[in-house]
Design a protein around this ligand. Structure first.
Ligand code: HEC
Ligand code: HEC
Length: 413
């Protein structure tokens, strides 16, 4: 007798309770994961298998994990992602760790949900290169292990929608807190050294990072989920001319076309503009999470900065001037010691899971510290250009950084 859909649903194992690491509150998880998308064990197992399966690409060469390696906090260590047939795209692979909490997906936010996002790389010609969702479904139907795995996970035959849902279910399990910084805020004063503690103070004050990389109890990613032009792409492009050209080729509201242009054409540098077509968004990209930042380099949407010292040099000089530079960007006047403190703080945001990888990444970055291609001390200190006043250096002796009232105590779940 054929099963009714309701009976089939009852027979499928229900959602598993998720244990959250230190740093993430249950309440946030509840509002971030839609009730009908709470992952079941069978869906997560299927998503895990799909995520790591190169057969999801046209020539069996590339899986999601090729660019989002779970061992390196779901990144590839490359400046720009490399897909099938060694094709290099325009953008850096962001981490999938904690991506379930993102308000939008991609550097330009062109996908609203994990499900929407997951099916795009599979058919992008320079990533996994499948011709269509139908082709993916036909290929998977030829693999008996998948026929039964989809039955177990969704009580249904293989469909492209369920490929996206299974991948999203797996991604919703990838929560990584438990960093030295999380322990520090929870009251373990010894979890950070003095330099990282000063870095956290500077992050909230003179260095102005907190205004975009908001970190608080309801925003544990260190991102305001907004889009800003911080002048990373400015040196390569004539934005105005490029925007004019883009408007001529972009068909309105076609997600697949924007996906292909964003990864495979010079229009990539227009960022959020390609999605909204609003002038204010030219050269704007999503404020990325800073969790696990010690292991997710190279940095920025185009992977153009090799180290966190390069990132700091960029901010210290006020970014790179262009007509659309965010008003929040100005010179910081940070000393070399203060830059080291901020970098020490950034390295404290990495989950214990990736502590061993971070050790070797830190060594690699320290070896590059002599280079500093982004450094412009004269602009940072106001000897060159007129880039405004600098905030006061905080009084480290007076305030206890764990007591700023930004977080409150973090309950363990
Ligand atoms: C060829 C390398 C490559 C492959 C293969 C790939 N990705 Fe990505 N992924 C990227 C790049 C590059 C971006 C950023 C693109 C952009 O923002 O325009 C990205 C973005 C994402 C994001 C958004 C994260 C954020 O913070 O906005 C998620 C989630 C993601 N990928 C998951 C997947 C999944 C699931 C698969 C497999 C179906 C996959 N990726 C396959 C390179 C890759
Ligand atoms: C005006 C908003 C804004 C301010 C202020 C700001 N950031 Fe950012 N940050 C961004 C955006 C947007 C990006 C991505 C830009 C891009 O790729 O073009 C970014 C990227 C980064 C990255 C690279 C992340 C990655 O995964 O590649 C790091 C690290 C970073 N910021 C740290 C900081 C620090 C430290 C400060 C303070 C000195 C700071 N930011 C101040 C908005 C801001």
């Amino acid at each position: 007798m054929a099963m009714t859909p309701i009976l089939a649903m009852l027979l499928l194992a229900g959602p598993e309770p998720q244990k959250l690491p230190l740093g993430f509150r249950r309440e946030l998880w509840e509002i971030s994961v839609p009730v009908d998308r709470r992952p079941t064990a069978a869906q997560v197992a299927l998503g895990d298998k799909l995520f790591n399966d190169k057969r999801l690409s046209k020539d069996d060469s590339t899986s999601c994990a090729t660019c989002h390696d779970p061992k390196r906090a779901f990144t590839d260590g490359k400046a720009r992602a490399e897909g099938l047939k060694k094709q290099v795209g325009q953008r850096n692979s962001p981490t999938v760790a904690n991506a379930l909490f993102n308000a939008t997906q991609f550097w330009d936010g062109r996908a609203a949900t994990l499900e929407d996002q997951a099916v795009l790389p599979i058919t992008n010609p320079i990533e996994m290169g499948m011709d269509s969702g139908d082709e993916v479904v036909a290929k998977l139907k030829g693999l008996p292990e998948y026929v039964s795995a989809f039955k177990d996970a969704f009580g249904a035959d293989i469909s492209y929608e369920h490929v996206g849902r299974a991948l999203a279910a797996f991604e919703r399990k990838q929560v990584f807190g438990d960093s030295p910084f999380d322990r520090y805020l929870s009251g373990d004063a010894k979890a950070l050294d003095a330099s990282a503690k000063r870095g956290w103070m500077l992050f909230n004050s003179k260095a102005r990072c907190q205004s975009c990389h908001s970190g608080n109890a309801v925003a544990p990613l260190f991102s305001d989920a907004k889009f800003h032009n911080i002048g990373v792409a400015a040196h390569k492009q004539d934005f105005v001319q490029l925007a004019g050209e883009a408007l001529k080729v972009v068909r309105s509201g076609d997600q697949k076309q924007i996906d292909e242009l964003a990864l495979g054409s010079k229009f990539s540098e227009l960022g959020r503009f390609m999605v909204t077509k609003s002038e204010n968004d030219i050269g704007s990209f999503k404020t990325p999470t800073l969790r696990n930042i010690g292991v997710t380099g190279p940095y920025m949407h185009d992977g153009s900065f090799a180290t966190l010292w390069d990132v700091m040099d960029h901010y210290n000089k006020g970014g790179l001037a262009n007509p659309y530079l965010d008003g929040g960007m100005q010179r910081l006047g940070l000393t070399e010691a203060e830059i080291d403190d901020l970098v020490a703080f950034l390295f404290s945001l990495t989950s214990d899971t990736f502590a061993a990888v971070q050790k070797s990444e830190l060594a690699k970055q320290k070896a590059l510290k002599g280079k500093r291609p982004e450094r412009d001390t004269d602009s940072a200190t106001g000897k060159k250009n007129d880039l405004g006043d600098v905030g006061p250096t905080p009084d480290f002796a007076k305030k206890d950084p764990s007591n700023l009232g930004l977080y409150g105590p973090l309950p363990e779940h």
